[in-house]
Design a binder for this molecule. Structure first.
Ligand SMILES: CC(C)(COP(=O)(O)OP(=O)(O)OC[C@H]1O[C@@H](n2cnc3c(N)ncnc32)[C@H](O)[C@@H]1OP(=O)(O)O)[C@@H](O)C(=O)NCCC(=O)NCCS
Length: 212
């Protein structure tokens, strides 16, 4: 299986880079301003979320990336590397069968500006082109219309309902399974690339290299 490099990936507006230790604080800030929206669908998001959680997430994420188990990326505006915009991740469900899953969230005060669509499209490129996946899935809680729109805009096919797939704050939520296959990606490559926009990576960096 190809090894995924820890380089940043770029979209038109964003830098997606593997987590660093110093991301814990901006991550905490982004989560805490977004709790009402995140807590509807994400089991880990609640009023009790604290710095200990963002520190633990950052540490686990750095380790998982290094061990090539899962690949979390911090979303940052290309011209503001400090403010945390959200997370986008990709991981293998089955390495043997080359199947993977993409997940994302976006801070509430920047939602509805096309961020999830743009960064999820970039993760789909990473999955098919760098990790050589055959199939990528999205699992979206029934009723999460913004996320369903992301799946549709990326050209995923709705497969069916996964009953009571996740327990979120005491409530079992049905999820819709969406998938995109390798040959479908090949046919939709240009449309997906248009969602990502320019991927130029030659902007001057204000950051030091990964310190995790
Ligand atoms: C779901 C989520 C990632 C969408 O992020 P986003 O950056 O706002 O998404 P986009 O701007 O790319 O918008 C995607 C579509 O959803 C629509 N949308 C976004 N927020 C919406 C809202 N609150 N109500 C209705 N539609 C909304 C957009 O208009 C767009 O559809 P369109 O192209 O037909 O206009 C974000 O709302 C979020 O983080 N929610 C909480 C966590 C979560 O649900 N994560 C996903 C788990 S599968």
């Amino acid at each position: 299986m190809p090894e995924l490099s820890s380089d940043s990936r770029f979209t038109d507006r964003f830098e997606l880079r593997p987590f660093q230790k110093r991301d814990a604080e901006p991550l905490y800030e982004a989560v805490t301003v977004s709790i009402p929206e995140l807590s509807q669908f994400l089991p880990w998001a609640s009023r009790a979320y604290g710095r200990i959680d963002s520190t633990r997430f950052t540490r686990d994420s750095i380790r998982a990336f290094r061990e090539q188990r899962a690949f979390d990326f911090a979303i940052r505006h290309r011209d503001d590397s400090r403010r945390h915009i959200g997370n986008v991740s990709i991981w293998f469900v089955s390495r043997g069968f080359r199947s993977g899953e993409v997940g994302y969230w976006v801070r509430s005060d920047e939602s509805r500006t096309g961020i999830a669509t743009e960064v999820a499209a970039r993760m789909v490129q990473v999955g098919f082109e760098e990790l050589r996946m055959h199939r990528i899935i999205l699992r979206i809680a029934v009723g999460n219309q913004p996320s369903e729109r992301v799946a549709e805009k990326l050209g995923f096919t709705r497969e069916g309902i996964l009953r009571e797939e996740l327990e979120v704050h005491g409530k079992w939520l049905d999820h819709t399974a969406y998938s995109l296959l390798e040959h479908e990606y090949a046919a939709k490559k240009e449309a997906i690339s248009a969602l990502v926009g320019s991927t130029l990576s030659d902007l001057p960096r204000q950051d030091s290299p990964i310190d995790g």
